[in-house]
Design a protein around this ligand. Sequence first.
Ligand code: HEM
Length: 568
Amino acid sequence: MGEAFYLQKGANLVTKENIENVGGSLQNLPLYLNPPPMIPKYTTISIAMDATPSSTDHEYLLLLLPTSASFLSPYLAVLLVACSLLWLFPGGPAWALSGCRRRPLPGAPGAFAALAGPAAHRVLAALSLSVPGGAELLSFSVGLTRFVVASRPDTAREVLASAAFADRPVKDAARGLLFHRAMGFAPSGDYWRALRRVSSNHLFTPRRVAASAPRRLAIGERMLEHLSFVAANDGDVAVRQVLHAASLDHVMDTVFGTRYEAASQKGAELEAMVKEGYDLLGMFNWGDHLPLLKWLDLQGVRRRCRSLVRRVNVFVGSIIDEHKRRMHDGGGGGNGGGEELPGDFVDVLLGLQGQEKLSDSDMVAVLWEMIFRGTDTVAILLEWIMARMVLHPDIQAKAQAELDAVVGRGRAVSDADVAGLRYLQCVVKETLRVHPPGPLLSWARLAVHDAHVGGHLVPAGTTAMVNMWAIAQDPELWPEPEAFRPERFAEEDVTVLGGDLRLAPFGAGRRVCPGKTLALATVHLWLAQLLHRFEWAPVSGGGVDLSERLNMSLEMEKPLVCKARPRW
Ligand code: HEM
């Protein structure tokens, strides 16, 4: 950095002339300084004020003489200018370095940390509106990664439905956790297609989802028993904890065919592993966007992944071995396509034959991903719904009146009742609109080759996202978008399964969520059970805080705590 030296007037002064005379080198300049400075060769000096002495002026002349790092200063200056130019390029540095320099996309300059905050969906929505044409498609950079985000249904469809965006960018953590061998991150080749076939033909068929209803019902009943106990003791309900435990129990049952006992040692171990996985996948890792940092692994992502993968392999591996033994002994639960026997996902995968057959390590990746995807999303969505029920007692009462009409108060809700609960289904849709668990559709897409979106060229290797939250908040598509009004779905039936891009919380196209029917069946049933048996109210003196935090999914920042009073 520079160092200040003062030259007293009257001495043999540095003037503009003698600086020019020495051509930038100060070796011969008579500088009267105490102590005399060491001025390295080729030092550039700047004069902070006019150095020509005036007769009346008794002030000091200030020179800024760079000492250390002075050799670099011209290069630094060039670098700074270059960085500023890259930064100011529409879309930021990654786009400036791409082949799209001549025809830039609408872009926000240097949105470097757009994804790093707790409300990336809101930041991106605001950025998209601040740039002309940005709502259709906005380009931005995070480190050296090129991004585009679509915030209109037509461009969202172009991204989600196009074969060009059939891959996903694989984050370091996802690769570290071996998720590139699971369905969600596998590249869109034969292996991924085989997994999708297995999921649509065996794992998530409507018959299998229907056949697992008694298990969902039983888990819901256990949840109600627990809540009755809390209510009898006039306790406050920590909703997230209750829903998370139920959801993990459900996914464990569906995937492994095992009951999850939260209090047991195995249960606690599983909880800890799931939590560590969420943390790793949900955290913003600079290494995903800056190659040097990836190599340095400063956030310790790879180290933590290695340790988690070891534990997961032992845990899931032992469950697979148990299933193999049982099948060998003739007591297996499933036969791959065996819809007549519910079985669990392990049975189904072990029963696959021929080309569909998976290795043990691939099976671990697939099963582990299901645990991840299934637990978090369902519990988070239900917590938002319950928060809205506490916040809007009129809407809660309307849903309960419907339950009383369809189910009555004398018996428990059954899976078959759900079809008749139209208003309750509207409540779920409205929550998916206002609080989608994946506001940026969770995991983005990657352009496998050059493609056009909204008339713009998006080069291969670009990460493409859809801001579903922004679309669902667009006043041109949704009148009074910030109002929570389930009735809007009674007035117009909008599907949430991917056919209408005004509201596609499960994504759309070839990578649409395969678990959507199972997820909705679970959410509808448990919500019906919770509202049928209890009235939900705020804790005394407390309200509901709707602040958001986007980790792997969009969670309530302050977990919901409320009262549950038995209705009958
Ligand atoms: C409320 C619950 C859920 C929501 C909101 C949700 C949402 C999503 C979204 C937005 C995607 C990306 C879709 C796209 O790229 O177009 C996705 C993918 C996926 N989801 Fe879900 N999901 C939910 C529940 C589940 C469940 C219960 C499972 C399984 C047990 C599951 C398994 C998956 C898998 C495996 C993928 C990756 C598919 C692929 O890349 O081919 N999800 N989900």
